[in-house]
Design a protein. Structure first.
Ligand code: GUN
Length: 262
């Protein structure tokens, strides 16, 4: 970080949270802590749940123009009276470290991008660092959200994987998942993928973070049965989660570079 700062590149992240969703509060705290650990300047805006859309848009506008802020993140979900799409569209695409803005989504589609959404980017980093070659592999993504499923599929496709996206209407899901060399679970349903749905030796990446009634965290994959079949598997917690935060830090540094040349 010091080397960057000597070159006049000063990353700064603004994190906005509206309301008191407990999970969001934990995520935002983790993001702030990561900034501190990396020496990245950060500002946190914790707004009451009654905040109007106009007030939120005014804050985003101010941050878009603020020179010491290179990245802006609005923690989702926002309260129901605020339109998520309008909020995302208001963020300067050059400061959109989540890569949720349609401009950045489009850039990912054509394979010419500055920012990759943090969770799919973290998954790709895990695959890459583990020496797993995606090219020609059967990749199955379970979940089609804008935040994870859709961009995840695109990133795997850019690495020449043969990609299938499955979702709640998919017929015979097990036949699809059982065919996967690389299986990414991002459905948000605890223990949804069980060992019998996994091919022997497959790479299983669990994006889910679900809180059970007993307060314990668990993923979308039933770890006990899955680990007996998988060749490699990520745990929850401690798998994709920390990678997501690491990718946010990377995007914030990238944003400082992009904004310096804007
Ligand atoms: N809520 C759940 N995941 C995310 C994320 O990656 N970014 C933001 N802004 N909100 C989220």
């Amino acid at each position: 970080m010091e080397a960057l700062k000597e070159k006049g590149i000063n990353p700064g992240l603004a994190v906005i949270i509206v309301g008191e969703d407990p999970a969001s509060q934990v995520y935002v705290r983790n993001k702030e802590r990561a900034c501190d650990e990396c020496g990245i300047y950060s500002e946190k805006y914790a707004l009451p749940k009654e905040t109007t859309q106009e007030e939120l848009l005014n804050l985003i506008d101010k941050l878009n123009k603020k020179n010491d802020i290179s990245g802006i993140l609005v923690q989702l979900p926002v309260p129901e009276h605020i339109d998520e799409k309008t909020v995302i569209n208001a963020i300067d695409p050059k400061k959109d470290v989540d890569a949720f803005h349609p401009v950045n989504v489009g850039k990912i589609m054509v394979g010419n991008y500055d920012f990759v959404p943090c969770t799919p980017a973290g998954v790709m980093e895990l695959i890459d660092e583990s020496g797993i070659d995606v090219s020609g592999k059967e990749c199955v993504v379970v979940g089609r959200s804008n935040i994870v499923g859709k961009p995840q599929a695109m990133l795997l496709l850019h690495k020449n994987g043969t990609v299938t996206i499955c979702h709640s209407r998919t017929k015979d899901l097990k036949a699809k998942t059982k065919n996967a060399d690389i299986l990414v679970a991002a459905v948000g349903i605890p223990n949804f993928i069980t060992g019998d749905m996994i091919k022997e030796g497959a790479v299983v990446i669990d994006v889910g973070i679900n809180r059970l009634e007993n307060k314990k965290l668990c993923g979308d994959v039933e770890f006990e049965s899955a680990q007996k079949v998988a060749g490699a598997i990520t745990p929850v917690p401690g798998g994709v989660g920390p990678m997501t935060i690491a990718m946010l830090m990377k995007n914030t540094v990238k944003a400082a570079l992009v904004n310096k040349t804007k």
